[in-house]
Design a protein around this ligand. Structure first.
Ligand SMILES: [Zn+2]
Length: 545
C-alpha cells in the first residue's frame, strides 16, 4: 500500500471523471428524464453536457491539486458531494441557498433522523473509500514551473472547447437553461458552493438595521368596553399537505374529529415557501410571498412584535424545529423538547400532545388579551412513524424506518396519513380545551407551514425551489374555529366565512392581516384587502389610521 503513487495530471483526470459521473448521478438521471433526443442537434447537445459538467470540474481540480491544500480539499469534496448526491438521488432534493439555510438551522434531532443505514453505505462507498485512497496515495508533483505550464495549457484548451461548444449549441443551452433553471441546484459542487456563498452573503455579512413597522400599534378602543379578554390560539402545522385532509375531500377519513367541529375549513390555501425556514417567518411577516425575503424578515418586526406592543401577552410553545427567528423578541417562549415530559417525550422529540397539556395550563391563568402560538411537529418526515403514539397507527401497514426508500409507496402514505389523523386529534382537542372558557372572546386557527411530496414523480419530502415545486409541497390545510363571543364582537357572519372558505382561493399572505383583524390591532401596516374575515363582517371594524 505504501507504494501507491499517482501523477498530479493523472489524478486531475481521474477526479474529473469520478466527480462528473458517479458523484453527479442525480444530474444524469435528471438529464435522462428531461431530454428527448429528437434531432441530431439535440444529440450533440446531450453529448456536450458531459463537457458542461466536466470542464468546470477539470478547471477546479487544476486549481486545487497542490501540495498542501490538495488532499484536504479533495477529501472534503468527496464527502460533501457523496452526501448531497445521496439526498438528491434518493429524495429528489435540490441543493440551493434555502436548503443550505435549512442545513445551517437544523437541530440534532432533525439531522439524526436523516442518518440511515443506506446513507451510511452510500457515503462509505462513494465518499469515504475514495478519500482513504487519496490519503494513502502519494501524489507526484513536478517542479512548480512545469506544473504551472501544463495547467495553463489545460486552462486555454478548456476555454476553447467551451467557446466552440457554446457558440455552436447556444440556442440549445439557452432553451435548456430557461426551461430548467433549477438544473444548477443538482450539479454537484456548483449547487452547494453557490448555495453556501449566497447564504453567507445574505445572513452573516448582512449588517442590517432593525425595521420597526409601527411604533404604536393599538388594541382597538371600542372593544375595550366589552371587558372581555381576546384569546387566539394559532397552531402552526408542520408538513401537513391539503391533499391528505378528508375535510378537503381526501377519500380516507383522516379528520374524523374535526369533521364534527363547527369550523371553517379553507380548501385552497397556498404556502409561502416549501420549507420551514422560509414558510414560518413568512407566515408572520407583513411581506407577501412574492416580496418575501427571509433575511429582511429577520430584521423586521412581525405579527408577534405588533401584538406584544399592542398589549397582548404573546406565548410561543415550541415543539418543532425552532421558531426561525419569529419569537426572537417574545418573552414567554418554551421549548417543549427540553421538558422531557415522561408521557410524551422520547429522547429528543415529543408528541404534539405535550402542547395540549400546556394549553390546559395557560388558559386558567389568563389575565389579559393573549395570543398563543403552538408550533407543532405535525407530519415531519422522513420519520413519520415517530410522530404519533400507537393508538393512531390506524392505516396499515406502516413504514417504521427513516429509510423511506425501502418502504412501499403504500406504507409511506399510510404512515403519513396516521400523522394527519394525530394532527386531527391535536387540533380538535385544542378547540375543546378553549371551549371550556366561554367567558373569553376566542378563536383557534390552524395552518400548515408547507406540504410534502410522497413519491409523486419520484419526489419525496419538501424544500424544492418554489417556482418548480409540485403542488403537493405548496398546498396546505387551514381552518378556523371561533366561539360565540368572537363572532358577536367581531360582527362575523360565520356561515359566510364557511362558504368563502369552501370556494375562495387563499394563501399565507392572508395570515398577517387576518390575524391583525382578529386581534383587533389598529396599525398602519394592516391591509384589509388581505383580511379574510373582512368580507364576512356585518359591520366594519374601525378603519386603520
Ligand atoms: Zn416545515
Amino acid at each position: 500500500m505504501k507504494n501507491l503513487k499517482i501523477k498530479s495530471t493523472t489524478l486531475i483526470m481521474v477526479l474529473t471523471l469520478y466527480f462528473s459521473t458517479i458523484l453527479n448521478l442525480s444530474f444524469w438521471r435528471f438529464t435522462y428524464q428531461n431530454i428527448d433526443i429528437a434531432s441530431f442537434r439535440i444529440f450533440c447537445f446531450s453529448a456536450s453536457l458531459f463537457l458542461f459538467i466536466a470542464i468546470p470540474l477539470f478547471l477546479l481540480f487544476n486549481l486545487i491539486c497542490t501540495k498542501i491544500i490538495g488532499k484536504p480539499l479533495i477529501i472534503a469534496l468527496f464527502l460533501s458531494c457523496s452526501f448531497t448526491n445521496f439526498m438528491m438521488f434518493n429524495y429528489g432534493i435540490h441543493i440551493d441557498k434555502h436548503m443550505i439555510q435549512n442545513v445551517m438551522e437544523t437541530n440534532i434531532r432533525e439531522a439524526t433522523d436523516l442518518i440511515t443505514i443506506s446513507l451510511f453505505f452510500w457515503i462509505l462507498i462513494t465518499g469515504i473509500l475514495p478519500s482513504i485512497l487519496v490519503l494513502i496515495t502519494s501524489i507526484q508533483y513536478r517542479t512548480f514551473k512545469e506544473e504551472f505550464k501544463t495547467r495553463f495549457k489545460n486552462f486555454i484548451i478548456s476555454v476553447l472547447i467551451v467557446g466552440i461548444c457554446g457558440s455552436g449549441l447556444y440556442k440549445e443551452y439557452a432553451v435548456y437553461g430557461r426551461n430548467h433553471r433549477e438544473v444548477t441546484n443538482i450539479i454537484n459542487i456548483v449547487n452547494f458552493t453557490a448555495g453556501t456563498i449566497s447564504y453567507i452573503k445574505r445572513v452573516r455579512w448582512a449588517k442590517r438595521k432593525f425595521v420597526e413597522l409601527d411604533q404604536n400599534p393599538q388594541h382597538m378602543d371600542y372593544l375595550k368596553d366589552k371587558k372581555m379578554y381576546t384569546v387566539v390560539v394559532f397552531i402552526v402545522g408542520e408538513t401537513a399537505r391539503a391533499g391528505n385532509f378528508s375535510l378537503g375531500g381526501y377519500e380516507r377519513k383522516t379528520n374524523p374529529l374535526l369533521e364534527k367541529q363547527d369550523i371553517a375549513y379553507f380548501k385552497d390555501v397556498t404556502a409561502c415557501g416549501t420549507a420551514t425556514a422560509i414558510s414560518v417567518p413568512c407566515m408572520f411577516s407583513h411581506m407577501n410571498q412574492k416580496k418575501f425575503d427571509v433575511t429582511d424578515a429577520k430584521f423586521t418586526e412581525n405579527l408577534l412584535d405588533l401584538a406584544q406592543k399592542a398589549g397582548y401577552h404573546v406565548i410561543w410553545r415550541e415543539n418543532d424545529d425552532g421558531c426561525k427567528g419569529v419569537c426572537e423578541r417574545i418573552n414567554d417562549v418554551k421549548n417543549m423538547q427540553k421538558t422531557n415530559h415522561p408521557k410524551y417525550c422520547h429522547e429528543d422529540y415529543c408528541w404534539d400532545e405535550v402542547l395540549l397539556d400546556e394549553l390546559n395550563d395557560i388558559l386558567p391563568k389568563i389575565k389579559q388579551n393573549t395570543l398563543i402560538v403552538l408550533h407543532t411537529q405535525g407530519s415531519h418526515g422522513p420519520t413519520y412513524y415517530q410522530r404519533y403514539p400507537d393508538k393512531f397507527k390506524k392505516f396499515l401497514p406502516t413504514c417504521d424506518t427513516a429509510d423511506i426508500q425501502d418502504c412501499s409507496l403504500n406504507q409511506i402514505i399510510n404512515t403519513y396519513d396516521n400523522t394527519i389523523l394525530y394532527t386531527d386529534y391535536i387540533i380538535s382537542q385544542s378547540i375543546d380545551i378553549v371551549k371550556k372558557y366561554p367567558q373569553f372572546e376566542s378563536s383557534v386557527i390552524y395552518v400548515s407551514d408547507h406540504g410534502e411530496s410522497l413519491g409523486e414523480n419520484g419526489i419525496f419530502l419538501h424544500g424544492m425551489p418554489y417556482r418548480i415545486a409540485p403542488a403537493e409541497q405548496k398546498s396546505v390545510p387551514m381552518l378556523i374555529w371561533m366561539n360565540e363571543n368572537m363572532k358577536k364582537w367581531h360582527y362575523i357572519d360565520y356561515n359566510c366565512l364557511k362558504s368563502l372558505a369552501e370556494k375562495n382561493i387563499y394563501s399565507h399572505d392572508n395570515l398577517f392581516h387576518s390575524l391583525l383583524g382578529l386581534l383587533a390591532i389598529k396599525t398602519s401596516v394592516y391591509d384589509q384587502r388581505y383580511d379574510l374575515f373582512n368580507a364576512c363582517r356585518t359591520k366594519p371594524l374601525p378603519s386603520a389610521k
